[in-house]
Write a protein that binds this ligand. Structure first.
Ligand code: C2E
Ligand code: CA
Ligand code: CA
Ligand code: CA
Length: 281
């Protein structure tokens, strides 16, 4: 195996270029990782402003690679997506997140858990049945699960994806539209989707605190919030890094705040000990 090939035992022909060989090695390692529990979840708090409390957390996957060290999703999620391994990855993440949610419930901590879906997942007609089974297996009511989807993953083949989403919504799972504003958003398609939550993309939130972009970002964020309000969606702002931005978003009518200011992605045990989250006046 190549120099950076981790624990893989694959053998490469010299004609394979280095980048491709590394991807293949990482892919082989990811197969092993999925079997051997090398994937870990971090949980980032979502602060509900009206209640002044953290009412949900987003599960974010990490890979403790035995040779390369801890890897963030950008290093392996796209690879999993392009090879189909994402179906297994999502199932592993979903099951782990639901089990953790159940453990929190048993410990008296009332938290919903959000799991990210990829395009391939929302095109998978077997997903709703699997999700229903996983929720039952964890012994949780379906509303404890939030599934985050992106507009681009839905809009690739809406004839196929919309029925999958409708079945998920029928189970009682909450659907959340992630990275909102980065794709081809339009009112007409938003109305067709059974989503209950909309997450304003981090790039717009970040723009609020950049002098040269603040004014344009404020207009954009306020119009997204107005749109979401008119559709009766819960509005989440992600990537909030300061008290100033939190206050501004609260003034604009945001319901939920997520970002480093509220809390970084944490280990499950640190979620329990994380308080106090910023106290609201
Ligand atoms: P995302 O769903 O938009 O998740 C938010 C990302 O922003 C996370 O990065 C999070 O750590 C980061 N973040 C949160 N608050 C702040 C902040 O205040 N400032 C800044 N600068 N960043 C913040 P992460 O964990 O590296 O995840 C990146 C992306 O990988 C996620 O974007 C999501 O699309 C994907 N991903 C993560 N976990 C999973 C998973 O289990 N399954 C799938 N399919 N995708 C996942
Ligand atoms: Ca997300
Ligand atoms: Ca996002
Ligand atoms: Ca993103």
């Amino acid at each position: 195996a190549g120099k950076n090939a981790g624990t893989s035992v694959m053998v490469y022909t010299p004609s394979l270029d280095r980048g491709r060989a590394e991807r293949l090695a990482l892919l082989a390692d990811l197969h092993v990782a999925l079997e051997q529990d090398e994937l870990q979840l971090r949980y980032q708090p979502k602060l509900d402003l009206s209640r002044g409390a953290v009412t949900s957390v987003e599960a974010l996957v990490r890979w403790a690679h035995p040779a390369l060290g801890p890897l963030t999703p950008d290093a392996f999620v796209p690879l999993a997506e392009s090879t189909g391994l994402i179906e297994q990855l999502t199932r592993v993440v979903l099951s782990q997140a639901l089990q953790q949610c159940r453990a929190w419930q048993d410990a008296g901590l009332d938290l919903a858990v959000a799991v990210n879906l990829s395009a391939r997942n929302v095109n998978d007609v077997t997903l709703p049945e699997h999700v229903a089974g996983a929720v039952v297996e964890a012994g949780l009511p379906a509303h404890k699960l939030i599934l985050e989807i992106t507009e681009s993953s839905v809009m690739g083949d809406p004839e196929r994806t919309v029925p999958v989403l409708e079945r998920l919504a029928a189970i009682g799972v909450t659907l959340s539209l992630d990275d909102f504003g980065t794709g081809h958003s339009s009112l007409s398609y938003l109305q067709r989707l059974p989503v209950r939550e909309l997450k304003i993309d981090r790039s717009f939130v970040r723009g609020l605190s950049l002098p040269r972009e603040a004014q344009a970002s404020a207009i954009l964020v306020r119009s997204i919030i107005g749109l979401a309000r008119s559709l009766d969606l819960r509005i989440v702002a992600e990537g909030v890094e300061s008290a100033e931005t939190l206050d501004q978003l609260r003034d604009y009518g945001c319901d939920v705040i997520q970002g480093y200011y509220v809390g970084r992605p944490l280990r499950a045990e640190d979620i329990e000990a994380a308080g106090p989250f910023p106290v609201l006046t």
